[in-house]
Design a protein around this ligand. Structure first.
Ligand code: ZN
Length: 163
């Protein structure tokens, strides 16, 4: 018998644009990360127009080795993912950071206490394996969902950044 596990669908939805150009592999990774989140919430990513004013953006070329991934909620209501894909190096880690930051755009925070979900900050980097997570393709699971914050808590965090 096949088992199905139902997850709560996140109420928050978001549409972001990807600032380009980027190497083809990065487009593929973003697309895969978005497909994974689309199981849980309405989320979409398309290429950015020349003028990104007022849009939610993803920039994969931000140099910030101390914080390889960052999601900023600006006071104008827009959300901006910044990823230092050059410093992260390993593509699996870039993918995990993408998943993690996209989760922030949906209102997910770092779960307390930490667990093994993609949103847990504690497991983001393993010095022994030099990887962020042991299995990058099975990281969105029920542990991820309880970290969801309502839209009202999201509004209270405008202007803040999440690593
Ligand atoms: Zn984070």
């Amino acid at each position: 018998m096949k088992m199905f596990f139902l997850f709560p669908i996140l109420a928050h939805s978001i549409s972001l644009c990807l600032i380009g150009p980027n190497p083809p592999i990065l487009y593929s990774l973003i697309q895969t990360a978005v497909y994974n989140w689309q199981l849980y919430a309405p989320i979409s990513v398309q290429d950015c127009p020349l003028n990104t004013e007022g849009l939610n953006t993803i920039n994969l070329n931000v140099r910030n080795p101390q914080h390889p991934g960052l999601t900023r909620f600006r006071s104008d209501g827009t959300t901006h993912i910044e990823i230092d894909s050059h410093s992260i190096g390993f593509l699996g880690n870039i993918y995990n950071v993408m998943l993690h930051e996209l989760g922030h755009t949906l209102g997910l925070k770092h779960p307390q206490p930490p667990n093994d979900s993609i949103m847990s900050y504690q497991l983001q980097y393993n010095v022994l394996t030099n990887e962020y997570y042991p299995d990058p393709y099975h990281v969105i699971h029920p542990y991820t969902i309880p970290a969801f914050q309502s839209n009202s808590s999201l509004n209270a965090e405008l202007g803040l950044s999440f690593g």
